[in-house]
Each structure stands twice: as structure tokens, then as C-alpha cells.
Design a binder for this molecule. Sequence first.
Ligand code: N01
Length: 488
Amino acid sequence: MPAHTDFPIAIIGAGFAGIGAAIQLKKAGIHSFTIFERASEIGGTWRDNTYPGAACDVPSHVYSLSFEQNPSWSRRYASSWEIQEYLLGVVDKHELRERMRLHTEVIEARFDEETGTWILTLNGGETFTARAVIAGVGGLVDPSYPNIPGMDAFEGEMMHTARWNHDVDLTEKRVAVIGTGASAVQVVPSIAPIVSVLSVFQRTPAWVVGKFDALYPNWLRRFLARAPFFLRASRFVKYWTSELRGPIVFFNSKLLSRIGVALSMWNLRRQVQDPELRKRLTPDFQFGCKRVLVSDDYWASFERENVDLVTDSIQGIENKGIRTRDGRLHEADVLVLATGFKLGLATAPFPVVGRGGRTLDEAWAGGAVAYKGMTVAGFPNWFIMMGPNTGPGHTSVLVYTEAQISHALQAIKKLMAENLKYIDVRQEAQDEYNAGIQKRMKHMVWGGCKSWYLDDDGSNHSLYPGFAAEYVVRARRLRVEDYDTVSF
Ligand code: N01
């Protein structure tokens, strides 16, 4: 077996996936990795999303790494900054900074079949040669800015939720929020009490269920620190609760949808008394078709005198505010774009050139596909984290990520132990896997409405059509028979 220094590994991205992969490599005694991060700090989503109210809508005992459980979460659903603190702590504990290059963007990756190496070109023009690459670049990274006429004319402050400008004080300001997705349901109730007027522009209402957030008292946190069994038990219970509720969210079943609708309508009734307002906030698409949102106070915000739900469609943006099609000008000092993200899976984030000079964009021209969401035929020794069809609509994405880390680690260990040049997933294995995924999509609820889950042609290359537990069983073990192995 060659020395580890002969086996350089590139981890691209220092979010949950990249950090988790680095820890597991270290635990396996493999220290020859370098983490490349284009930003100035680690954290990914939790570094970027700092808008007021930003939090994870999956309980923190599940939304954390299973091998780095944290008894100190201050509440059931940790805020964005607390998750970022957790990640910073994990990075320090495992001394990952010494293997990390911040401000370093990979701008191209090219596979050299002769040497079985990936040549990564970095932003400064330098190259880095890796025997294996773990790509943890994230799926929802780059903000999606709407294309509304007149946006440049707006004279106030404008910011996207994922690029919050903390220098702008919203106190007593007139604020307009465009969008009513997962980010909006967090930002709206957080800023409603401090602004003078809040106009929320809703194009499509969302199904929202109760969150039941709660602070964890100090005694409980101390107890969980001393009795890790109970922390693991809490994780277990929360995980299985979300799994067992999953079918309500993902199966295309009128009966199951009715349960979801009943839960959401109960949540609406307890927050909003005005029947007319309730009607305007009630979606007309099947429960689960778009991401189901979680909040105890978003809908209640619209009962406040200073909050206005605007359902007339937007005609354009003007210097003083937003003009709707009914002719009304909604004046605003600050415009918040809660308009989501460009789905990163549709293309590779930078040119990735595999065997025979074929690019990942070419391989994905008909939609992003990968074997178990991780490996693509013709792109050997390249392991994607949170790749195509691995997103959950119902539980923690980290459950999927950990299975992917385990798969990549086994492949890397095999490459090293057997001194292989590369392993490349067999095209038939990839095709068979994806045919199965797309066949199952027909039984899922996501095809019935427009959302970021779907490509322009209506196909779904983002979510996994089933239970997380089932994905984990399929993905975490390397099935060697599904790969071609090539020796030096
Ligand atoms: O974005 P979204 P998000 N004019 O795409 C509207 C994750 N996340 O940032 O529905 C008017 O869901 C758009 O309207 P419509 C999570 O996976 C997780 O809220 O297209 N409106 C919609 O209402 C989530 O799914 C957490 O009709 C326009 C909104 O903008 C994903 O990120 C927290 C418009 C966009 O909603 C994205 O959530 C936050 C236009 N031109 C986010 N363009 C957790 O807690 C867009 N919209 C884990």
C-alpha cells in the first residue's frame, strides 16, 4: 500500500459534507486530504444564511453529525449562528484548519486517465493533483434573483435572504418581502415586530405545519452531556418520527395528503382568526408537492396591523417600491428577496472533465444523474456529496450525507489498499439505479406543481423518492460489483 502522501485527496467545500468527510478520513488514519473552500470561512449554508430568524427546520439532535453529537443545543431547532458555532467547534476539535485552504476556489477539474489523477485548477491559476475528489459543494448555494422589471430603479436597500446585509437597520422601516418559502417563513415573523410596515408578496401560498420549538433548559443540557445514551435516544426518536411522517409528505396519496392538510389547517386556524385571510393563505396544491414549511408564528404575523399580505401579482419595481397589477404602489425602504436558490445540481459548479474529455455538463445534459447520487460513469474517483436525487423533503439531509461519506471512504480505502489507478461506476449500474429512481417518482407527490425540486422539463433530479433509512442501506456500502476497477 502506498504511503498516504502518495494519495492526495481533494475535498471541495467546507460545509457539513466536506467537514464530515474530513473527520471520517482522519478517523480512518488518512491524513492526506486538503479541503478547498472558496469563501473566507467554513460553514456553507450556515455561514451564508444569517437573516433574522434563520434556523434549521429539522431538530438539531438529528441535524448534526452522528459522530459529533452535541448535548449543548440551546433549543430544539437551533438557529443558524448556533449551527455555525457547532461547525466551527467541530473543525477546531479535529484540527481541520491545518488541512484547509480558504479563499481557494476550484475553477476546473480534469481527469488524467494515464495517471489516474484529477488535476484541479485553482482560482490563482495554480494546479493541485488529487487521486480522489470528494465534492461537497452543496445544492442550494447561489441565490436566485428574480427577474422583475425595474429592479435597478429601486432607491432603497435590496438584499437576498442568503446575503443579508446586517448594516441595514430595519427598525421602523417599511419593508417588502418577495417570496413565501422556507426562508420567508422564518424572516417574516422575526422582523414583523420591529418594522413599521411589512408587505409580503405571495405568489403561491405554502402548506405550513406547527414547529413546537422549545428551549432546552440548562439542567437537561448538563444531563445529556453526562448521559450520552439519552442524547442518542433523543436523536433516534426524532429521526424515526420524521421518517414515519415521511409518507404524508412524499407519497402521492390523497388519503395521506388529507392528514397533512388537516395538520396544516389546524395550524392555520390557531394562528389566523380572519376567515378571508385564512382563505388567501391556503394553498390549492397537494400537500407535500412543494416543501412543507414549519412555523408556529409565520401565519400569525399576518394578523398584525403592520403586516400586509399582497397576493396581487407584481407588475414591476419602481424607485419607491413595488407596483402590483391592480395599480397599487407598495412603498418600501428595504426590499428583501426571499426568492430561494439556483439549483446547483442542474450543472456542475465548474467544468469537470472526465474520461475521454467528456464534461459533467454534457453527461448531465438530460438532467443530473449519478449512481446512488454519488458517482457518475466516466468520472472515476470523484465522489459527490448531496448529489442528484439525494435530497429529503421530510428529514435531515445529513443522514444521506453520512451514507455518502461512508461509501466514498470505502472506495478510497480500496483504491489505496489495492493500489488501483481508478474505480469508475459501470454505466449499466448507474442507468439501472436511475431507471428505478425515476420509476418510483411516479408514485411521489412532487410532479403536481411547480417548485425548485423539478427541472424545467418537469423531471425530478433533486429528491430521493423514499425513506432515508432505505437510501442509507443502499448507499453506505460500496458494492464493488457495480464498479470497474483499473490497476496501474
Ligand atoms: O426558497 P424557495 P427558500 N416573484 O424557492 C417566490 C432550504 N431552506 O429560500 O412558490 C414573486 O422555497 C416563490 O414563489 P413560487 C429548503 O430546502 C431550508 O425559501 O415559486 N415571487 C417562493 O415563494 C428550501 O426549500 C431551511 O410561486 C417569487 C419563494 O420566492 C430551500 O432552502 C430554511 C419570484 C422562494 O421559495 C429554498 O427555500 C430556509 C418572483 N419573481 C431554506 N421568484 C431550513 O430550515 C421566486 N418567488 C432547513
